[in-house]
Design a protein around this ligand. Sequence first.
Ligand SMILES: NC(=O)c1ccc[n+]([C@@H]2O[C@H](COP(=O)([O-])OP(=O)(O)OC[C@H]3O[C@@H](n4cnc5c(N)ncnc54)[C@H](OP(=O)(O)O)[C@@H]3O)[C@@H](O)[C@H]2O)c1
Length: 221
Amino acid sequence: MPTVLVTGASRGIGREFVLQYRKAGWRVIATCRDPGGAGLKNSDAFELDVSDPVSIKNVANILAGDPIDLLINNAGIHLAKHANFGNLDYDAWDEVMWINVLAPLRVAECFAPHVALSDRKQMVFVSSIMGSIENNSGGMPIYRSSKAALNQAVRSVAPELRSKGITSLLIHPGWVRTDMGGPNAAIDAQTSVRGMRETIEGLTLAMAGTYVNYDGNPIPW
Ligand SMILES: NC(=O)c1ccc[n+]([C@@H]2O[C@H](COP(=O)([O-])OP(=O)(O)OC[C@H]3O[C@@H](n4cnc5c(N)ncnc54)[C@H](OP(=O)(O)O)[C@@H]3O)[C@@H](O)[C@H]2O)c1
């Protein structure tokens, strides 16, 4: 059975990835800041704070030599307060860039050897349509710029990953009813994750570094 590692597995979309892949019989390595509090305690649940390089390296070291077929960089934040022009919170911006851009790349670097050891060799980065420059109707510069930067960073490392046989993908989960998406969002986490799993299942090396919706349709950069 393949192995998947998920960041931000405590709630929302990450939590649903864990439930669905477990149900499908995969080995699921669930990582989050507080596995006990999230009810995720088992031998494949690890404490991992993506903002902390030591925390990432610790888990990568514990799992050294373990193949990871699919790495899902899901953890992310959206700090909505003081996020509009004239009232921008630069400390919040700094934090969002750390969690949404630097952290997933650091996780990818630390776990690349594990992914390279596996059969499937896939890295998925949960982005957002909010990162699209072409589709931008304005507003939310902090969150949008973080996901645009994530897109650019992943697109930039995709050829290097591809040379190791690793396929990377940037995926928009849809507007999803989670703490982040809110109660009025368009779809539930089950529908989003079911769609993303199908898209990931059909992933080929030729699609490395592409930016798609949860249903697999391309999103303009
Ligand atoms: N919901 C949407 O409509 C939507 C749309 C587009 C993109 N996305 C993206 O989808 C991903 C998941 O979002 P969601 O809707 O599931 O959000 P959510 O319900 O707010 O959950 C966010 C997850 O990220 C984790 N996280 C935050 N900071 C972390 C850190 N420093 N270390 C480890 N984990 C951390 C949280 O863990 P804690 O429980 O420890 O806080 C939580 O598990 C994000 O990347 C988000 O940007 C969501």
